[in-house]
Ligand binder design. Structure first.
Ligand code: A3P
Length: 345
C-alpha cells in the first residue's frame, strides 16, 4: 500500500516537473521570438544636448527581428515598406587599425539596439574599382535598418590608404571616425601572424618575423615592412587630420577591449551620442576561447571566429626591444595629438 502511494506521488511529481519544464521552454522561446519580431524598448527621452554633429535618435527600438529575417531573405518588400526599413550610409566608420580588434569592436557595438553593422568589410574608399561604382553602390551594400538607427561599417585598410580621408570627407564631412589601436609591436606581430597563417594554408613558406622587421643591411627597423609602417599610428593619423578635426575621432584601446571591454564600449557609446545600452550582461568571459564573447539575449550568444585571437609566434626579445624603442617617439606624438595616453613601453 505504502509502495503504491509512493509510486503515485512520484508519478505526480514527474507530471508536475514536465509541466514546469515545458512552460519554461515555452517562455524562453516566446521571449526569443518577441525579441526577434517586435520593436521593444522605445526611447524614453533625449540623451545629452543635441548638437549638429549628434546622431539623431528619435526612438530606440530593439532591432533584431525583421532585420534578421531580411538578412535571411525572408522579409518581403511589403514588410520592408511597412516597417520603414532603409539602407543608410554609415554615420560612423571603424577606419582601423588592422589587427587592433576592429571585428570585436564592430560586433560589440552591434549589441547596442540603435546600431546596425555592415557585416562585411566593404572596401569602398580604399579600392579604386569599388569607389568608381559610386556612392549609391556603397549605400546598397549597407544592411537594412530602421531610420533612427545608425549604420556602422569597418574596413581597416581605410586608415593607411592615402586617398581615403578625402573620399570620406566628400561623402560626409561630419562623420564619426573610430580607430582601435593596440601596443604597436604586438599589433605588428599579430599582423605578421595573419599573413603567415595565410601562407601556411596555401602550403607556402614564409620568412620569420625578425627577418622582415629588421633590415639585414643596417640592422635597423625595416620601415618598408608594411606591418611596421601600419603601427606608426601618428603618421597615418596626421594625414586624416588634414581633413577632419581631432574631435571627430575616437581612439579605442584595443588591449583594454580584450581584457575589460565594457568601459571601452561605454566610451564609444558616449562618443556616438548613444544612450548607454550595452551592459555587463552582454559580455561574458569564455575561458576556453580566452576572450569575452557576446550575449544578445537569453537564447542567443556568440564568440568571435577562431581567426581572432591567434597564438603569436615567439619573437626574439632583442627584436622586440628594438621595435619598441623605434615606436616610442611616434607613440608619444600619438598621445599628444589624441589626448589619450597608453602604457605602451
Ligand atoms: P590576435 O589574433 O593577434 O590575438 P582585427 O579584428 O582588427 O583583425 O583584430 C583581431 C584581434 O582582435 C585579435 O588579435 C584579438 O586579440 C583581438 N580581440 C579583441 N577582442 C576580442 C574578442 N572578444 N574575441 C577575439 N578576439 C578579440
Amino acid at each position: 500500500m505504502l509502495f503504491k502511494q509512493q509510486a503515485l506521488l512520484r508519478q505526480k511529481l514527474f507530471v508536475l516537473g514536465s509541466l514546469a519544464i515545458g512552460s519554461l521552454l515555452y517562455l524562453v522561446a516566446r521571449v526569443g521570438s518577441l525579441d526577434r519580431l517586435q520593436p521593444l524598448c522605445p526611447i524614453d527621452g533625449r540623451f545629452g544636448t543635441r548638437g549638429q554633429d549628434e546622431i539623431p535618435l528619435r526612438a530606440l527600438q530593439f532591432k533584431r527581428g525583421l532585420l534578421h529575417e531580411f538578412r535571411k531573405g525572408n522579409a518581403t518588400k511589403e514588410q520592408i515598406r511597412l516597417h520603414n526599413l532603409v539602407q543608410q550610409l554609415p554615420k560612423a566608420i571603424i577606419i582601423g587599425v588592422r589587427k587592433g580588434g576592429t571585428r570585436a569592436l564592430l560586433e560589440m557595438l552591434n549589441l547596442h539596439p540603435a546600431v546596425v553593422k555592415a557585416s562585411q568589410e566593404i572596401h569602398f574608399f580604399d579600392n579604386d574599382e569599388n569607389y568608381a561604382k559610386g556612392i549609391e553602390w556603397y549605400r546598397k551594400k549597407m544592411p537594412f535598418s530602421y531610420p533612427h538607427q545608425i549604420t556602422i561599417e569597418k574596413s581597416p585598410a581605410y586608415f593607411i590608404t592615402e586617398e581615403v580621408p578625402e573620399r570620406i570627407y566628400k561623402m560626409n564631412s561630419s562623420i564619426k571616425l573610430l580607430i582601435i589601436v593596440r601596443e604597436p609591436t604586438t599589433r605588428a606581430i599579430s599582423d605578421y601572424t595573419q599573413v603567415l597563417e595565410g601562407k601556411e594554408r596555401k602550403n607556402k613558406t614564409y620568412y620569420k618575423f625578425e627577418k622582415l622587421a629588421i633590415d639585414p643591411n643596417t640592422c635597423e627597423v625595416n620601415t618598408k615592412y608594411k606591418a611596421v609602417r601600419t603601427s606608426i599610428y601618428t603618421k597615418h593619423l596626421e594625414r586624416w587630420l588634414k581633413y577632419f578635426p581631432i574631435e571627430q575621432f575616437h581612439i579605442v584601446d584595443g588591449d583594454r577591449l580584450i581584457t575589460e571591454p565594457l568601459p571601452e564600449l561605454q566610451l564609444v557609446e558616449k562618443f556616438l551620442n548613444l544612450p548607454p545600452r550595452i551592459s555587463q550582461y552582454n559580455l561574458y568571459f569564455n575561458a576556453t576561447r580566452g576572450f569575452y564573447c557576446l550575449r544578445f539575449n537569453i537564447v542567443f550568444n556568440k564568440c568571435l571566429a577562431g581567426s581572432k585571437g591567434r597564438i603569436h609566434p615567439e619573437v626574439d626579445t632583442s627584436v622586440i626591444t628594438k621595435l619598441r624603442k623605434f615606436f616610442h617617439p611616434f607613440n608619444q606624438k600619438f598621445y599628444q595629438i589624441t589626448g589619450r595616453t597608453f602604457n605602451w613601453p
